[in-house]
Design a protein around this ligand. Structure first.
Ligand code: 2AM
Length: 558
């Protein structure tokens, strides 16, 4: 596919906009690709109103030029900003965020709007979007339309669509323009049959060595390090799941960590993507289907986990043009895993631990997680060739207390154990250095003692050596009733409260965000109420304070 507009490399977005005749720039602070996809859709929508938009990664442009936007007549900027962790901006928006905080530029004459992407189950709901909106206005920018607050806990896509439906009329009124036409006629790509292509110049999903340059910039998602796979083993002894431990060699990289999963076209087509599917529904008019009810269509897709391929198979009449389909497909995103090793102990290697995702959906199709299945098949050598994995490391707030003497309480059921293997190894290293390590307590949970007690041998050895001062394991399915980590926490409430309240303990929670992390949090409230005699409000306040002090950290995913 050939882009309709030639790509121009330019670090000045103002110059790029001028050269390519655009008047709307949509920046995205994106970590997993959703904000990026929203930005692309907004940029494309602009054509319907006789304007020209472009989506842009703030990391690739000099955002301190924002005040120059007024040089372009009838221009505006939109920010699609995701919020992460403890209210943080995404990695690619960090520099822009820092700039906003420090600048006193005058943004008078700069028209803007912000759509935030967040999740209400997190305390700092949409903090980055809210800050961007507030700050641009403070600097004198003109807010063309109200801040949108997308909530991924309910339905981010619907929040975005309803914001967009009101956003464009507001923009039209502001600039005095009207909608010009249907957007389906406007394509970003055109299908061209090439007969004389030099295959050496075709990107076949392998990263070229040349493109990486660690001298110029640190490794990141666009410039990953190719790490050699040095170990790949199954951790669980039984059951029909595959829990894996993988080791990579990062000698000479001076790095940091995440993983990439190299895609191929087939994988992309299999990649399930809710937003596109919704778009299909609207675009190709499935109103005949399930009585025209969007919610029914969505549940037909979501509950049965139909990916794009499955939808095309089950609804043959759909038949979208292939160029349009390719235009809508998102880029496969990098995957983030917790590091299970300690850089102090293994400076040149990184370990991760993950469950291979594979199950049968309601339509009897086998769903295979793209990244974990790709990783599972990464052998240490392939016919004598060392296999590599493109990766980089992200900075994390999830780290051991500065003082080794502080006690730590680690709660990590399932693969939530990963970062704690690193923590425990580091505590062992500190001890060896003659440092006085504080109490090191682990709460782990799994289904069966004989099946998925991950790193059992290592953990028991650490316990014997006195590195791990307490190893608590909740086996959820070895008896009639469920036993979870929070039940064991409640059992040890006196000891825990003393460690937290009198001994400055740090609490770490890793694993499932939706249920486990919430239930563990509740257990701590109850401990504070029952042992510390706090009221519920006081208990909530107490743990909120611990969080701001960095003494209650979470590395959770849903
Ligand atoms: P289950 O699958 O038997 O319900 C790792 O996934 C372990 O976490 C499993 O033993 C799992 O138990 C358990 N688990 C499931 N839900 C949980 C929750 N809300 N809190 C704590 N542990 C949970």
């Amino acid at each position: 596919f050939t882009p309709v507009t030639p790509q121009i490399r330019e670090t000045s977005f103002i110059e790029k906009m001028k050269k390519t005749n655009r008047n709307i720039v949509v920046f995205y602070g994106s970590q997993t690709g959703t904000a990026e996809e929203f930005a692309n859709r907004l940029a494309k929508d602009a054509q319907r109103y006789g304007m020209k938009g472009m989506a842009a990664d703030p990391e690739e442009y000099d955002l301190s030029e924002l005040s120059r936007l007024k040089e372009i007549p009838n221009s505006m900027t939109v920010f699609c900003m995701a919020t992460y962790g403890e209210g943080d901006p995404t990695d690619n928006a960090q520099e822009f965020y820092d700039w906003m905080q420090g600048t006193d530029d005058d943004l008078e004459g700069v028209n803007f709007a912000v759509f935030g992407l967040g999740n209400k189950t997190y305390e700092h709901f949409n903090a980055t979007g809210k800050y961007t909106d507030k700050r641009l206005a403070e600097l004198g920018g003109k807010r063309v339309f109200d801040l949108g607050l997308g909530d991924d806990d309910i339905n981010l896509e619907e929040d975005f669509i309803s914001w967009k439906e009101q956003f464009w009329p507001a923009v039209c009124e502001f600039f005095g323009v009207e909608a010009t036409g249907e957007d389906s006629s406007i394509r970003q790509f055109e299908l061209v049959v090439h007969n004389d292509i030099n295959m050496n110049q075709v990107y076949n999903s392998q990263l070229r060595e040349k493109t990486r340059n660690s001298e110029i910039k640190p490794f990141d998602s666009k410039n990953p390090f190719l790490a050699t796979v040095t170990g790949n083993r199954k951790l669980n002894k039984g059951g029909n799941r595959h829990l894996m431990h993988i080791e990579f060699d990062i000698t000479d990289s001076k790095i940091s960590f995440i993983l990439y999963c190299i895609n191929n076209t087939y994988t992309i087509l299999l990649f399930y993507y809710r937003n596109i599917i919704l778009y299909f529904y609207i675009k190709y008019n499935f109103f005949f289907f399930v009585g025209g009810k969007l919610s029914l269509f969505l549940s037909w897709v979501l509950d049965s986990e139909r990916n794009i391929l499955a939808i095309l198979e089950d609804l043959p009449s759909l038949n979208p043009p292939i160029d349009h389909l390719c235009e809508l497909l998102p880029r496969l995103q990098a995957r983030y895993y917790s590091i299970a090793s300690s850089s102090k102990v293994y400076p040149t290697s990184i370990h991760i631990c993950a469950v291979v995702i594979e199950y049968t959906t309601k339509t009897e199709r086998v769903f295979k997680g793209v990244a974990t299945n790709w990783l599972k098949n990464k052998e240490v050598t392939d016919n004598g060739h060392k296999l590599t994995i493109p990766m980089y490391v992200r900075r994390s707030q999830f780290r051991l207390p500065f003082k080794p003497s502080n006690p730590i309480i680690m709660i990590g059921p399932g693969t939530g154990i990963a970062p704690f293997m690193g923590f425990i190894r580091e505590r062992a290293w500190q001890k060896k250095q003659g440092k006085e390590a504080g109490e090191t307590i682990l709460y782990f949970g799994c289904r069966h003692k004989n099946e998925d007690f991950l790193y059992q041998q290592e953990l028991e050895e650490f316990e014997r050596a006195g590195v791990l001062t307490q190893l608590n394991v909740a086996f959820s399915r070895d008896q009639e009733h469920k036993i979870y980590v929070q039940h064991l926490l409640k059992k040890n409430k006196e000891q825990l409260w003393k460690l937290i309240h009198s001994n400055n303990a740090h609490i770490y929670v890793c694993g499932d965000a939706r249920n486990m992390a919430r239930d563990v949090h509740t257990a701590f409230y109850e401990i504070a109420e029952e042992v510390g005699s706090l009221t519920h409000t006081q208990a909530v306040d107490y743990f909120k304070k611990l969080m701001t002090k960095g003494r209650y950290s979470q590395d959770v995913w849903s």
